[in-house]
Design a binder for this molecule. Structure first.
Ligand code: ADP
Ligand code: MG
Length: 208
């Protein structure tokens, strides 16, 4: 991720990424549920775990496909299995990423595709940065990619961005029903997003 060499992600091991992502979500499912209990309906951990276990179950088939097709298939699977508001949104993220990414992306292609995918999420959610949602992590990660940040820096930026949702007032999703009472809690979708970002960048960096 750091070098930006063309083809530096060509050997991307999707099966390993899927396993790492599903492991992380499973390990943090309770935490995500607790966050969603505070200002939502308490299903985010279960939603994410169901979706990522469904993706894990078909990891071999997904990994056998070219990266754009694999990402689209993962997005479709997430839409079908995560549920809640976050299912269609995470699903859209991967679907749109699959539509934009090349089979052997370099950093520039990944960054551009990720930017388009975030736009697709915002369109689907009728949402924007600053509303205490997953977008509040996705956008800083995109900015970090554009700025040429290293993988560890990107993971830390994502964590800080999730923490920065604590003082925000929710303007989208269930938490927005609480108005000012949504202030003082981390957004569950921002937390799951930073968990996935850290896992993905650390797994990519650890690849031979
Ligand atoms: P639900 O809110 O239907 O119970 P989840 O609990 O699985 O679904 O997901 C909630 C998360 O989804 C929120 O924490 C937030 O990050 C994200 N979210 C909800 N609505 C939107 C939206 N309109 N745009 C972007 N993200 C959203
Ligand atoms: Mg919920």
């Amino acid at each position: 991720m750091e070098t930006g060499n063309a083809g530096d992600m060509a050997a991307l091991n999707l099966a390993r990424l899927i396993a790492a992502a599903a492991d992380t979500i499973a390990a943090h499912a309770e935490e995500l549920t607790t966050l969603d209990q505070a200002i939502g309906d308490g299903d985010h951990g279960l939603n994410m775990k169901r979706g990522f276990e469904a993706v894990r179950a078909e990891a071999a088939a997904f990994s056998a496909r070219p990266l754009p097709e694999a990402l689209k298939a993962i997005g479709t699977k997430l839409v079908m299995t995560v549920g809640g508001a976050s299912g269609p949104l995470f699903g859209t993220l991967f679907l749109a990423l699959g539509k934009q990414i090349s089979a052997a992306p370099d950093r520039a292609n990944l960054t551009a595709a990720f930017g388009k995918a975030i736009e697709a999420v915002a369109a689907r959610g009728k949402s924007q940065v600053g509303q205490k949602t997953m977008l509040d992590v996705l956008q800083p990660v995109h900015d970090a990619l554009l700025q040429g940040k290293t993988a560890p820096e990107i993971a830390d930026i994502a964590d800080a961005a999730a923490k920065a949702t604590v003082p925000m007032k929710a303007l989208r999703g269930r938490a927005s029903f609480l108005g000012d009472r949504s202030i003082g809690h981390m957004d569950a979708g921002a937390r799951s997003t930073t968990l996935l970002v850290r896992t993905i960048v650390e797994t990519l960096e650890g690849q031979p």
